[in-house]
Ligand binder design. Structure first.
Ligand code: OGA
Ligand code: NI
Length: 348
């Protein structure tokens, strides 16, 4: 059956089988049993006292999680519950707007700074993903807000408040991560140039055959760090020692992960912190939503290893590049298990 709708949400409600363009090859399908049975998960880090007496202990916990998992959950992060619930509600309202209203923001051009789209990159991919998503640039906030959807009426205000909070939290985490690597507290802050912040609102409609497709297949994030908020429907899985760990939703937590830019530029010493593969599965009954904040370098920032972390042994693993070059490669290559970093490997 051919797709006749631009967006998945409007198609999903009319089908009782997954259309053929969403079906993964047999060797590359999710294991749904694992999703429901797994109990192991990523570390939970309590941020209470990060600016006080618990700082050095928390930084050790962060170092351990980044080195071993590339992922951790945070509690006592200081983000008001009300800010989060407004963000979740306005996002849900957006995806429940009539199709004609949502389509006003539609674009399949990854370089657009505000756009609603579907799957990952419809221009380059062979198999589609069971996802619609709204992507927004959020920094500097004043330059971005007027591009965002004006409907639902509270959207801009609620999302602006949430992005402001996410920026504050990202900066705190980046300081802690810098320290955890033995770098100056502001090292990563400076390395990100003028800084960038993007957000996605991922909307995964109920899927009649979730065993045949992905919301998002395995990928690593191209940015510096991601702070992800997920609703109460499980789906996120993280690769750990060859197995997929499910990150079950816990109220009032966020999930943090290391992206490619931290792996490359700051941790050249044999990939001490890894940008780890993760994926999203979909659900047969419930809509799933996740809201990642992608904190990243500004597009003109030159990405290179921290000199303190590159000696002769091991030599720099990657060539220097601008974030803009990296970002284009990421979107145009298609999601893949092989990291995009491989395209920037140095010839040692
Ligand atoms: C992403 C992502 C996971 C999820 O958007 O990059 O990994 O749980 N999302 O939706
Ligand atoms: Ni991701």
């Amino acid at each position: 059956m051919a797709i006749t709708k631009a967006l998945l949400t409007d198609l999903a409600s009319t089908v009782d089988r997954v259309p053929s363009n969403f079906i993964r090859p047999v060797a590359d399908r999710p294991n749904l049993e694992q999703l429901h049975s797994s109990s192991a998960s990523i570390p939970i880090i309590d941020l209470h006292g990060l600016d006080g007496s618990n700082r050095s202990q928390i930084i050790q916990n962060i170092a351990h999680a980044c080195h071993n998992y590339g992922f951790f959950q945070i509690v006592n992060h200081g983000i008001p519950e009300e800010v989060v619930s407004k963000m979740v509600n306005t996002s849900k309202e957006f995806f429940h707007l009539p199709e004609s209203e949502r389509l006003k923001t539609y674009s399949d051009d990854p370089s657009k700074t505000t756009r609603l789209s579907t799957s990952f990159n419809v221009k380059t991919e062979k198999v589609s993903n069971w996802r619609d998503f709204l992507r927004l640039h959020c920094h500097p906030l004043e330059d971005c807000v007027q591009e965002w959807p004006a409907n639902p009426p509270s959207f801009r205000e609620d999302v602006a408040e949430y992005s402001r909070e996410m920026r504050g939290l990202s900066l705190k985490l980046l300081e802690a991560i810098s320290e955890s690597l033995g770098l100056e507290r502001d090292y990563i802050d400076k390395a990100l140039g003028k800084h960038g912040q993007h957000m996605a609102i991922n909307y995964y409609p109920p899927c009649p055959q979730p065993e045949l497709t992905y919301g998002l297949p395995a990928h690593a994030d191209p940015n510096a760090i991601t702070i992800l908020l997920q609703n109460e429907v499980p789906g996120l899985q993280v690769l750990y020692n060859g197995t997929w760990l499910t990150v079950n939703p816990v109220p009032n937590t966020f999930i943090v992960n290391i992206g490619d830019q931290i792996q490359t530029s700051y941790v050249i010493s044999n990939d001490r912190y890894k940008s780890v593969l993760h994926r999203a599965l979909v659900n047969s009954e419930k809509e799933r939503m996740s809201i990642p904040t992608f904190y990243c370098p500004s597009h003109d920032a030159m990405i290179k290893p921290a000199p303190q972390l590159v000696d002769n042994e091991p030599p720099a693993q990657y060539t220097n590049f601008t974030y803009s070059e990296y970002f284009d490669k990421f979107w145009n290559r298609g999601l893949s298990k092989a990291t995009c970093l491989d395209m920037f490997k140095a010839q040692n």
